[in-house]
Design a protein around this ligand. Structure first.
Ligand code: ATP
Ligand code: MG
Length: 587
């Protein structure tokens, strides 16, 4: 199916988008100028993420402006102004200083989305320690591995998570010197070898002077999602904040007074770059929701909190599509101005569904843990070609390339030709290495390009289209087939809620396409439906690309950040070992 371009008005905007003239902004853009939009530490002390996010606003007109509004699972609300956040993050920086942490030592965080997480993240950066958030749903072994690879010195967690997951690991983590627990004094009394987070905070001074910070000092350690294999620890530095700020402006269209909700958990890079840092650097208000996905509650939140900009993920969009548009009509979402999505390909169906459901299309954007910030995006003022990731951000040079046998790289200039998506290194939030995996890091670069591991193509007008991860691409009878194209087509069928597609080895074709399909409520698996789906896909995709086999499944396996784990579908299909499943979402 060819999807119609979604046009945007040329003028008459209620809020004028930041990126009105793409070509002009790109032509005039420089990272030096972007850096000058930030303040830098006083008296030439360098650049520190937390200063740009908090202190510079707390010292100025935004001091009493709402920085974070936290919505608890049980309906609690806690508000933090920029001044509040400054005092609390100063306290936490003092806690770390008192514990004797040196610059560069790592602070791990294992909690749900609670205020202490945000305070710890920014306080850690102030003391020039490296912040490493872990997803609270990880089991003990993934936690042990990450703290041990990352040489964690401090862990902040809750009493419950400690008792359930960490206590048994303590002896296996000799480098972990301090565990700071969040809980009531009663709960804490019974637990040896730990410290009381809140007591330390109370005892600490609420003023902290951020020491000089080199823009190249390590700031963040993020583990990748583990979609294609064992997660890698990507290291980021303080000047990443220049990219967080710039992309907040152009890709997410932040304006003063905006109320922003990023639904990602800080356990993943999106939840830190955009769930913590970028909106704060713009002095706007962020909503933090402690609870998990629930369509009605989410719409209620958008209405009550008057959210203007919403950043979510395809997996959430698909869940909303499953529930349908009817329920949305009960809510007043008139404050909402811009919706964006990241993490996986956003099916064209979903972009268009946004338009129908919210009166706003969903703007797909693309980036990776490694890139630290959004690299390719659909913009508020620019037309959307459903299924396209959009165009590179100002300051980002992208290309479609092919690596030759001798390791050199050929740039594919022609439009509509598939190849590996590559980026010219040099933007501030580019990762500086994979922790303890230098060879793996070096393999990402060739001939002056960073190779992303994703296949894509570019159309005549410079829009990029995601084809698939190189690891997932199916080679069938001489065709290269991206699973996304097949999955998106299956999603157009009224019975399909989700689909995962793999290549299954075949003696004649090399591989044949096999699809795993989860059905929408109200549809039952049957032979008739299978045949209907096979025919439906064949008519739209042609016999060469359409699935040869379809299995019905209750759920498609996904990472905790919501990405379809095709490698797991494949391993299960072929009866092979499942590999690293530390990030697998449990049903
Ligand atoms: P791992 O590297 O451990 O296998 P991962 O690549 O899923 O995991 P992340 O860094 O969280 O880890 O995800 C980045 C990847 O997600 C991209 O390389 C791309 O494959 C996919 N992705 C992100 N956004 C998009 C998008 N808008 N469209 C298509 N794919 C996307
Ligand atoms: Mg990756």
């Amino acid at each position: 199916m060819i999807w119609k371009t979604i046009e945007k008005p040329k003028q008459g905007w209620a809020v004028v988008p930041n990126l009105l003239d793409y070509d002009q902004v790109r032509a005039e853009f420089s990272w030096q100028a972007a850096r000058r939009e930030l303040d830098g530490l006083p008296s030439g002390g360098g650049l520190n993420i937390a200063y740009e996010a908090v202190d510079r606003h707390a010292a100025g007109a935004l001091s009493e402006h709402l920085a974070l509004r936290w919505l608890g699972k049980r309906g609690e609300i806690r508000d933090f102004t920029y001044a509040d956040l400054r005092a609390l993050t100063d306290r936490f920086a003092n806690v770390l200083k008192r514990l004797g942490l040196d610059a560069g030592e790592r602070v791990f965080m294992l909690t749900g989305r609670i205020p202490e997480l945000y305070i710890s993240a920014l306080g850690t950066l102030k003391n020039r320690n490296v912040f490493c958030p872990l997803f609270s749903a990880f089991g003990p072994e993934p936690i042990r591995q990450r703290i041990s690879i990352g040489d964690g010195r401090v862990l902040v967690t809750t009493v419950t998570l400690y008792q359930r997951k960490i206590a048994e690991l303590r002896s296996a983590l000799p480098g972990l010197k301090h565990v700071l627990l969040i809980g009531t004094p009663d709960e804490l009394r019974a637990i040896p070898d730990t410290k009381d987070f809140h007591q330390l905070m109370e005892q600490a001074d609420n003023r902290f002077d951020i020491p000089p910070t080199d823009p190249e000092d390590l700031a963040l350690l993020h583990f990748t999602s583990g979609t294609t294999g064992k997660p890698k620890g990507a290291m980021h530095v303080h000047q990443a904040v220049v990219a967080h700020h710039m992309t907040g402006r152009y890709a997410l269209d932040f304006h003063p007074g905006d109320i922003f909700w990023c639904t990602a958990d800080p356990g993943w890079v999106t939840g830190t770059s955009y769930g913590i840092i970028a909106p704060l650097t713009h002095g706007i208000t962020s909503i933090i929701d402690e609870a998990e996905f629930d369509a009605e509650r989410w719409y209620g939140l958008l209405e009550q909190q008057k959210v203007t900009i919403w950043y979510t993920a395809p997996t959430a969009v698909r869940m909303m599509m499953k529930v349908g548009t009817e329920v949305i009509r009960k809510f007043d979402l008139s404050n909402l101005r811009f919706i964006a999505s990241v993490g996986e390909p956003l099916n064209p169906e979903a972009v268009v569904w946004g338009q129908e459901a919210f009166g706003l299309p969903i703007h797909d954007n693309w980036w990776q843990t490694e890139t630290g910030g959004i690299m390719i995006a659909n913009y508020a003022a620019m037309e959307i070609r459903p299924g396209s990731m959009g165009r590179p951000l100002p300051g980002i040079d992208a290309a479609i390339v092919r690596q030759r046998k001798d390791g050199t790289v050929e740039v594919v200039d022609a439009p509509e030709v598939e190849g590996e998506l590559a980026l010219r290194p040099g933007w501030p939030s580019m990762f500086r290495g994979y922790l303890n995996e230098d060879a793996r890091y070096r393999k990402c670069f060739a001939d002056g390009w960073y190779l992303t591991g994703d296949l894509a193509k570019r159309d005549r007008d410079g829009f990029y289209w995601f084809v698939g991860r190189i690891d997932d691409v199916i080679k069938s009878a001489g065709h290269l087939i991206g699973p996304f194209e097949v999955e998106s087509t299956l999603m157009e069928h009224r019975a399909v809620a989700e689909a995962g597609v793999i290549g299954k080895p075949d003696p004649t074709a090399g591989e044949v396409v096999k699809a795993f399909v989860a059905l929408k409520p109200g549809f039952a698996a049957s032979e008739d439906l299978r045949l209907d789906l096979l025919g439906f896909a064949r008519r739209r995709l042609g016999v060469a690309v359409a699935p040869r086999e379809i299995d019905f499944v209750a759920n498609v396996p996904k990472t905790r950040s919501g990405k379809i784990m095709r490698r797991l579908l494949k391993a299960r299909e072929l009866g092979l070992p499942e590999g690293d499943t530390s990030t697998l979402e449990s049903d």
